[in-house]
Design a protein around this ligand. Structure first.
Ligand SMILES: NC(=O)c1ccc[n+]([C@@H]2O[C@H](COP(=O)([O-])OP(=O)(O)OC[C@H]3O[C@@H](n4cnc5c(N)ncnc54)[C@H](OP(=O)(O)O)[C@@H]3O)[C@@H](O)[C@H]2O)c1
Length: 367
C-alpha cells in the first residue's frame, strides 16, 4: 500500500493496540509478555530440524494448489516429507507434486472437493494406502465472499459454510479416526484473525473461522479427557495475507477486493509447517494478529468497532468500483496458482491512480 492510502499499514498496525491506551502501563507489560511468549510459539524450522522432523513423515495438505497450501507442500517436500496433495485443480496439483519430488520429497495427488465427505474419506484412504499412516493432517482449503451480507447470494454463504466449516469437520473426522487407530497425529486447522475479530463484509467467512476455533477447542478437550496424549489439534490464525485468496474470493461489494496491511505468505507457511511439528493450541501468526487478538480479549467491543471502521473505509470507500463475481466458490478458477498473490501490487496501482486523479483535480482547481 502506498502513502496515498488513508488506511496504510503503519496506522492499521497500531490500531489493534489502541483500545489499550487508558491502561497503558500494566497492559504494555502484558502485551510485551504475550508478544514475547507467543513469538516463541511459532517460527521457521531450521534446515536441520526440518530434515530431522519432516523427512519420511506423512502430511495431508488440503488446498495445496495455491497460496499457503502450495507453500507448505513445497516446504515439506524440501525437507523430504511425504506429502498428500488435495484440492480441486488436478493439473495444478500435478505441477506441485513434480516440484515436491524435485525437492526431494514424495507426493501423492488426490483431487478432492473438501465439501464432499465421501471424497475426504477417499483422501484419507489413499494417503494410508500409499504411505501407511498419516502423521499430520492440515485442513487449509478455504474460500471467502466479500460484500454486504444481504447482497452476497445465499448459495454463496452456504458454500462458504460447506467448504470452510463442513470441509474442516470432514477432514478432522477422518484424520482423528486415523490418529486414534495409530495412536498419534497432529491436526492443523486454518483459522484466521477473523476467528476472533470479525470484519464487516466478510460475515459468513468470519462465522466459519469463529466456528473452526470453537471446534478445535472442543476437540482439544475431548482429546485430553480421553487421555490421547500424542494426538493434538492446533488452530493457525494469520492476519490478512497476499495470496491468491483475494482473487478467488466471491465479490459482491461493487468494489475491488481489499485488505489493509497485507502480510506476505512466507511467515504463515512457516507457521503451518511449525504447527504440524510443534503443535500448540491457538497460533496467531505475526505481531499484527497477536496485537489484534490481545486487544480483542481485553476490550472486544472497541476492537471490533475500530477494525470494522478501517475495513469499511478500505473496502467500501477507498477501493475502486469493480463488477461482481462468484470467485472460485463453486468452480475452481484457472487464475491464482502461486503461493503469493497480486493484491498488494494491484492496491498500490489503484492507490497511485487515485492519488494522481486527486492531484489532477487539485491542480485543476488552482489552474
Ligand atoms: N490469505 C489470507 O488473507 C488468509 C488469512 C487468514 C486465513 N486464511 C485461510 O488460509 C487458507 C488458505 O487460503 P489462501 O490464502 O492460501 O488462499 P488460496 O490461494 O485461494 O488457497 C485456497 C486453496 O483452497 C482450495 N480450495 C478451495 N475450495 C476448495 C474445495 N471446495 N475443495 C478443495 N479445495 C478447495 C483451492 O484450490 P482449488 O481451487 O484448486 O480447489 C486452493 O488450493 C484458507 O482457509 C483461508 O481462509 C487466508
Amino acid at each position: 500500500m502506498t502513502s496515498h492510502s488513508r488506511s496504510g499499514p503503519g496506522l492499521l498496525s497500531l490500531l489493534p493496540l489502541l483500545p489499550l491506551a487508558p491502561l497503558a502501563a500494566p497492559l504494555a507489560m502484558l502485551a510485551v509478555g504475550a508478544f514475547v511468549l507467543s513469538g516463541c510459539a511459532a517460527g521457521a524450522l531450521s534446515a536441520q530440524e526440518g530434515q530431522r522432523k519432516v523427512a519420511g513423515r506423512v502430511f495431508v495438505v488440503t488446498g495445496a494448489s495455491s497460496g499457503f497450501g502450495r507453500g507448505v507442500a513445497l516446504k515439506l517436500g524440501g525437507y523430504g516429507g511425504h506429502v498428500v496433495l488435495a484440492a480441486r485443480r488436478a493439473a495444478v496439483l500435478e505441477e506441485v507434486a513434480a516440484q515436491v519430488r524435485a525437492a526431494g520429497g514424495q507426493a501423492l495427488v488426490v483431487p478432492t472437493d473438501v465439501a464432499s465427505p465421501e471424497e475426504m474419506q477417499r483422501l484419507a484412504e489413499a494417503a494410508v494406502a500409499r504411505f501407511g499412516r498419516i502423521d499430520a493432517w492440515i485442513n487449509n482449503a478455504g474460500v471467502g465472499a466479500i460484500g454486504p451480507f444481504e447482497d452476497v447470494p445465499l448459495e454463496d454463504h452456504a458454500r462458504i459454510v460447506d467448504v470452510n466449516l463442513k470441509g474442516v469437520i470432514h477432514g478432522s473426522h477422518v484424520a482423528l479416526r486415523q490418529f486414534r487407530r495409530q495412536g498419534h497425529g497432529v491436526l492443523v486447522n486454518l483459522g484466521s484473525v477473523e476467528s476472533q475479530v470479525p470484519l464487516p463484509y466478510h460475515a459468513s467467512y468470519a462465522a466459519t473461522k469463529h466456528a473452526i476455533l470453537g471446534l478445535d477447542k472442543a476437540l482439544a478437550q475431548e482429546l485430553r479427557l480421553s487421555g490421547a496424549r500424542d494426538i493434538h489439534v492446533t488452530t493457525v490464525m494469520p492476519w490478512g495475507v497476499d495470496t491468491p485468496f483475494w482473487d478467488h474470493a466471491g465479490n459482491d461489494s461493487g468494489r475491488s477486493p481489499r485488505m489493509v496491511a497485507l502480510d506476505g505468505p512466507e511467515q504463515t507457511v512457516d507457521a503451518i509447517v511449525w504447527a504440524a511439528i510443534h503443535p500448540g493450541r491457538e497460533m496467531p501468526v505475526g505481531w499484527k494478529a497477536r496485537g489484534a487478538l490481545l486487544s480483542h480479549q481485553i476490550w472486544p467491543g472497541l476492537a471490533e468497532r475500530v477494525a470494522a471502521n478501517i475495513a469499511h473505509r478500505a473496502q467500501m470507500e477507498d477501493a475502486p468500483p469493480a463488477g461482481d463475481r462468484p470467485g472460485s466458490l463453486h468452480e475452481p478458477m484457472a487464475e491464482g496458482v502461486g503461493v503469493g498473490g497480486t493484491t498488494r501490487a494491484r492496491m498500490e496501482r489503484e492507490d497511485a491512480a487515485r492519488g494522481g486523479a486527486v492531484e489532477a483535480v487539485r491542480l485543476g482547481a488552482h489552474g
